[in-house]
Design a protein around this ligand. Structure first.
Ligand SMILES: [Zn+2]
Length: 108
């Protein structure tokens, strides 16, 4: 277990009295999957709301520098839902998206 993972575990166990903000920062520093460090980036996100698919640009995320896994804060996801539901995000363009299925014989 790396030093950062140990610190994160201590935060999770509540043995350190950190502010909610600091706890949030600790949580997103280390990738759950590979242990890599994340950096904050604005990304393009595929987002579903009420059976409607959206592509949302400039979404703040923590992105693992090793494996590329993305982490979104719950408040960011809530904000996207709220703004889409309110119609307050301008539609820049519409895309036609093909939907395909993998066959059993498809190469891996
Ligand atoms: Zn990773």
């Amino acid at each position: 277990m790396s030093a950062l993972q140990r610190i994160r575990q201590l935060v999770i166990d509540r043995r350190y009295d950190l502010s909610a903000y600091a706890e949030e920062e600790m949580w997103i520093m280390i990738c759950e999957f590979c242990g890599g460090q994340t950096i904050r980036k604005k990304v393009r996100k595929i987002h579903w709301l009420r059976q409607q698919l959206y592509i949302v640009d400039d979404v703040e995320a923590e992105v693992c520098q090793e494996c590329g896994e993305r982490y979104y804060h719950a408040t960011t996801l809530d904000a996207i839902d709220r703004m889409l539901a309110a119609g307050s995000l301008r539609v820049k363009k519409h895309l036609r998206v093909p939907v395909v299925g993998m066959r059993a014989s498809s190469p891996a």
